[in-house]
Design a protein around this ligand. Sequence first.
Ligand code: PGA
Length: 248
Amino acid sequence: MARQKFIAGNWKMNTTKAVAVELAKGIAKAAPAGVATGIAPPFVYLDAVAQAISGSGVLLGAQDVYFEKSGAFTGEISVDMLKDLGVKFVLAGHSERRHVLMESSELTAKKADAIYAGGLILIHCVGEKLEERDGNQTLEVVQAQLNELTAKMDDPDRLVIAYEPVWAIGTGRTATDAQAQEVHAFIRQAIAKMWNPDFADRVRIQYGGSMKPDNAKGLLGQPDVDGGLIGGAALKADSFLAIVNAGL
Ligand code: PGA
């Protein structure tokens, strides 16, 4: 079946309020219908960006969330707070949270559960480190990260998997089209086993890791690549929109 492509920009810890608003406006003005387009600014700019994209089809996203509903969790942000600001999708398990902030698999699983149970689109990020690829452990690592999805899920439109090989993130090194397709096909098969083939057929699987305007078409042309999670190239409206348009 035809899955609508989903291109999401992850701005990470970048921009200022003024830059964020300008970038959001530039994207909202020119994002084509026909590709789901989303942007995930830093928490502190979510409200301003929500206003900048209001009335457009661009989806507001958050880069992280805490799994508890409310309470004494200094510095944390809940799913309900994000919903209050109009957030539609949230990342869980981004490699920087796993490997820089040292978040455990257990914590990632709880966050993924809270995002999906809260009615939002979950972008669950998976991907192997270089030594794991070199040691032929890619599929094993990816399967273990998929096993973090323990929530009862019945809406495939709200589950998105982002395959992001850690060695390709922010390095300028991209997986080849064939390397991406191989892992994406594996992920779809794994989801078919964890749920069922119809569910798996509708889940979108994004590629992330140095996706740029010049390699987007090839990657997005693979049968199981249904979009992209974009870091560096999402910080300029032109390059981000070129990737979005490659998904048409
Ligand atoms: P990158 O980041 O496009 O800068 O490699 C991708 C990501 O971390 O989601």
